[in-house]
Write a protein that binds this ligand. Sequence first.
Ligand SMILES: Cc1cc2nc3c(=O)[nH]c(=O)nc-3n(C[C@H](O)[C@H](O)[C@H](O)COP(=O)(O)O)c2cc1C
Length: 226
Amino acid sequence: MGYVQEQLFPGGGRTRRRPRGSSTEKPIAFETATVELPVEALWNRVFTISPLVIVGSKEPDGTYDLAPKNMAMPLGWRDRYCFVCTPRHATYRNVERHRAFTVSFPHHFQIVQTGLAASGRDADNSKPGLAALPTFPARVVDGVLVHGCYLFLECELDRIVGGFDDAALIVGRIVSASARREAIRDPDRDDAEVLRHLPPLAYASPGRFAAVDETLSFPFPATFRR
Ligand SMILES: Cc1cc2nc3c(=O)[nH]c(=O)nc-3n(C[C@H](O)[C@H](O)[C@H](O)COP(=O)(O)O)c2cc1C
């Protein structure tokens, strides 16, 4: 019986053989070998990379809550920022009521404090873990930002888009933004150097994190237009 040699990784050394005619498909030069994943457990079975930010919101008693969010990103290219939240979290209810939130972008060395913002609440509904996160007042919205972070957003609530099972998308309009001077791109400094000096924090979901200090220029095609 003849065999079709399938190269699993172009240029790589791993090859596999299967009997000729064992598939109805035409012989192919390359094959991506996959394992089917149950959709319900999908995000626990593979790693995906996202940012990790700290969302601030105002509690009904006038104090401020902080909570880490990895499902967060700019929405478009201008003044919207969004994150995924559930109505089970105080953050959701605070933002819905107060119609504002803040976003602080922590460094990798602030990972312990960032995690503590997800700690449980006491019987009186306070979150003692927040004592590890010193804050300062936001400039425009009624909120707080976390000391030592490198980028800060202040948002007014644009809309909450619910209906994704237990999840909702909270969209804010950025009304103020600021950053540590060293984190701002500068025509006189190599972008790679800016990132090496103050590496952004990446969340490798589920349950890992990294400081992104080694970066390369993206190979945009010459015909690329956004
Ligand atoms: C690393 C990490 C990332 C998280 N990302 C999200 C997220 O994207 N969306 C979300 O709703 N909850 C997320 N959470 C969970 C909440 O932020 C957390 O349960 C928080 O304590 C809720 O606090 P709150 O009830 O005061 O809002 C995350 C927790 C951790 C530890």
